[in-house]
Design a protein around this ligand. Structure first.
Ligand SMILES: C[S@@+](CC[C@H](N)C(=O)[O-])C[C@H]1O[C@@H](n2cnc3c(N)ncnc32)[C@H](O)[C@@H]1O
Ligand SMILES: Nc1nc2[nH]cc(C(=O)O)c2c(=O)[nH]1
Ligand code: SF4
Ligand SMILES: [Mg+2]
Length: 235
């Protein structure tokens, strides 16, 4: 199986959502069916960056994961781009046989049989500020396969009041999925420093908005890697 890979990096800590703080190696797939206005990983999305993506056999990806982890089993997070465009089934099988665990971050637009082989499926439907429209039929198909994973969670990025109200409504329809909210980071150029005070202010607004109306369903978290390294790539 040949895979289009934008980058493989780590070990680092998972900076977002349910597995925050977990030692992780990231495999970032090249290519995405979405173009979110605020995407922080355009180097894995925009075909202008295609030349920097590598065509790698599953075995080569696996060997790189082994090298980075020093052969110690840990969590491998499949992200992107949308990793669901490609077939990560063989990589997951290879890694699981060696005791590694797999997580996947996807917007939930393409269902894949290998979702059921994951430890953690993170579904991240996109709110109005992204400029994308969610195909809820596809999202529900992803959920159905994801039911075979050990856990399945939802993570929503919030930039503004419209996103917040949207997240409340989505949670109403999918209240059985544990929900994580994170404030959006509007500065995604890796060369420009992140304004951490402004990020803290967005987190404060989001927290007070939810607590103010006694909405206790979501866990609200910052992007830990952004606090540590800003928009640096490969961390
Ligand atoms: C780069 S995406 C790749 C995986 C998949 N395409 C997705 O969107 O779920 C990984 C995570 O980063 C989030 N994300 C992307 N840009 C962001 C930004 N500017 N601020 C906060 N989170 C962002 C996405 O919503 C997603 O949860
Ligand atoms: N440390 C760290 N945590 C992350 N969580 C989600 C990421 C992603 O871009 O998919 C990411 C990332 O790029 N780095
Ligand atoms: S779906 Fe994910 S990778 Fe694709 S453009 Fe949106 S945030 Fe970026
Ligand atoms: Mg990211």
């Amino acid at each position: 199986m040949t895979l289009r890979i934008a980058e493989i990096f780590g070990p680092t800590i998972q900076g977002e959502g349910a597995l925050i703080g977990e030692p992780t190696v990231f495999v970032r797939a090249g290519g995405c069916d979405y173009r979110c206005s605020w995407c922080d990983s355009l180097h894995a999305v925009d075909s202008a960056h295609r030349h920097s993506w590598a065509a790698m056999e599953t075995e080569a990806v696996w060997q790189e994961v082994r090298r980075l982890s020093g052969d110690q089993p840990l969590t491998v997070s499949l992200s992107g781009g949308n990793p669901a465009i490609q077939d990560f089934g063989p990589l997951i099988a290879r890694g699981k046989a060696a005791g590694y665990r797999f997580a996947c971050e996807t917007q939930g637009s393409i269902p894949r049989p290998w979702f059921s082989d994951l430890e953690t499926l993170v579904l991240s439907p996109k709110p109005p500020s992204s400029g994308e429209d969610v195909d809820w039929g596809a999202f529900i198909a992803c959920r159905k396969i994801g039911a075979g994973a050990r856990q399945q969670v939802m993570k929503i990025v919030i930039f503004d009041e419209a996103d917040y109200l949207w997240a409340r409504e989505v949670h109403r329809r999918h209240s059985d999925l544990p929900l994580y909210l994170q404030p959006g980071n509007p500065e995604v150029d890796p060369e420009t420093p992140v304004d951490l005070n402004a990020q803290a202010e967005r987190l404060r607004w989001l927290t007070e908005r939810a607590m103010g109306e006694r909405w206790f369903a979501p866990r609200i978290l910052p992007q830990l890697h952004v606090l540590i390294w800003g928009n640096k790539r490969g961390v």
